[in-house]
Design a binder for this molecule. Structure first.
Ligand code: AMP
Length: 207
């Protein structure tokens, strides 16, 4: 299978060509068609399998298709929550690379640094927000971020998130997300605590 056969928008195909991606990885081949139909997804996948593109590409595709239909206003329409600053930066770079011809903007927010530059980027407007949980809740609390328009929610590295003690932050976030959304849940392992958490986040899902 090729990326073209997945029916992706032309600007995304172009970007993947620039990246030198010729064929989807197994997780991409499985996940992209499911996500393109709008279904929720539970993915058991480690870093290094190509999972960032597996969730990033369908999100970019949907948002890009949405832009051509309506007046494009930059609001946070996709939210990716990940446990560490390093992962957040990597995911942001992937969205920038795969989305370079779409006109969509992403930004990355994480703790441990001053918030000024992150707030500036948010003020300029973003379509896709990649965040670690603590700083995300902090900036929501200060009124810099609204989750009212989120259509796509990705919880990445869920098992690491629980190991790092983020469960309460995740619960708080879930309460702020619109009920009508597509949710994607990724974890490297599936202990009972993760299965329980996934059931709170996902509707009927594919695995
Ligand atoms: P990830 O699992 O998302 O951290 O991705 C691991 C690495 O695989 C990253 O360096 C990606 O740039 C690369 N990658 C992802 N998808 C593909 C693909 N279809 N073909 C070649 N490389 C890829």
């Amino acid at each position: 299978m090729t990326f073209k056969e997945l029916g992706l928008a032309e600007p995304i195909l172009q970007a993947l060509e620039t990246e030198g991606y010729t064929h989807p990885t197994p997780i991409q081949e499985q996940a992209i068609p499911i996500l393109l139909t709008g279904k929720d997804l539970l993915g058991v996948a480690q870093t290094g399998t190509g999972k960032t593109a597996a969730f990033g590409i369908p999100i970019l595709h949907h948002l890009y298709e949405g832009i051509s239909l309506s007046q494009h206003k930059r609001k946070v329409k996709a939210l990716v929550v990940t446990p560490t600053r390093e992962l957040a930066i990597q995911i942001g770079e992937s969205f920038t690379a795969y989305g370079r011809h779409t006109g969509l903007k992403n930004t990355v927010i994480f703790g441990g640094v001053k918030q000024g530059k992150q707030v500036e980027a948010l003020r300029r407007g973003v379509d896709i927000l990649v965040a670690t949980p603590g700083r995300l809740l902090d900036l929501i609390g200060q009124g810099y971020i609204s989750l009212k328009h989120v259509e796509y929610f990705v919880l990445d590295e869920a098992d690491q998130m629980l190991d790092m003690g983020f469960i309460n932050d995740i619960r708080k976030l879930l309460a702020k997300l619109p009920a009508k959304r597509q949710s994607l849940f990724f974890s490297a392992t599936m202990p009972p605590s993760i299965v329980e958490l996934s059931s709170k986040i996902l509707g009927a899902y594919e695995q």
